[in-house]
Ligand binder design. Structure first.
Ligand code: NYM
Ligand code: MG
Length: 208
């Protein structure tokens, strides 16, 4: 059995990640499954959801960081099994969001290396597409009500993502500038990249 490929779409809020993940999974049909992080359906995921949606539910930054990581660990075996069974797994956010959103808070001791540590040992994607919006975020209305969905913080997160990419090397990571592009334009751009990784011959799964 040829193993499936692990494909990750990452980026800031409101860059069209979820839409493109759906496009990719629909295009791959029965051969692919979509997994979104945080997975809000598990017990840990429900705590994360409450933290994101309820301003009165406070947690230390370290605690919520570890919960996001724990949420990835609880799905590790399931993802691994699907890959081994030949299914492609498309991830909507993963380790890089985990590191960037937490390190962007600028909390003493919570640097990129600290934030990355609990994720070491998770499956490493065969392809990562990072959606970047270089356009002025001041013009971008429509952030939702969840924690983190503030222009000031999103700027901080964008800078932190690029610092994370400097520190966590990955030759299978590609930055896609989605600013001023339609959904169809972005999909046309990523389609050949997905096609390439799907058809690539790769050995065993790799890990962070
Ligand atoms: N987020 C997501 C984190 O802070 N750490 C993580 O590990 C992950 C996976 O959760 N603003 C943040 C980024 C988002 C928020 O994700 C919820 P989404 O994709 O907007 O539902
Ligand atoms: Mg969001």
């Amino acid at each position: 059995m040829v193993r499936g490929k692990l494909i990750l779409i990452e980026g800031l809020d409101r860059t069209g990640k979820s839409t493109q993940c759906e496009n990719v999974v629909n295009a791959l049909g029965n051969d692919a499954v979509l997994i979104k992080f945080p997975d809000r359906t598990t017990k840990i995921g429900q705590l994360i959801n409450q933290y994101l949606t309820d301003k009165d539910f406070e947690l230390p930054a370290q605690s919520i960081h570890l919960l996001f990581s724990a949420n990835r660990w609880e799905l590790k075996e399931e993802i691994h099994s699907m890959l081994k069974a030949g299914k492609h797994v498309v991830l909507d956010r993963y380790v890089y969001s985990g590191v960037a959103y937490s390190a962007a808070k600028g909390i003493q001791g919570m640097d990129i290396s600290w934030c990355f540590n609990p994720d070491k040992g998770l499956l490493k994607p065969d392809l990562t597409l990072f959606f970047s919006n270089s356009s002025n975020m001041r013009d971008r209305e429509g952030f939702g009500e969840e924690r983190y969905e503030k222009v000031e913080f999103q700027r901080q997160v964008r800078d932190t993502f690029f610092n994370v990419f400097d520190q966590i090397k990955d030759s299978n990571r590609i930055v896609i500038d989605v600013s001023d592009k339609s959904i169809d334009e972005v999909f046309s751009e990523i389609k050949p990249l997905i096609h390439d990784v799907i058809n690539k011959e790769l050995g065993e799964c790799v890990y962070f």
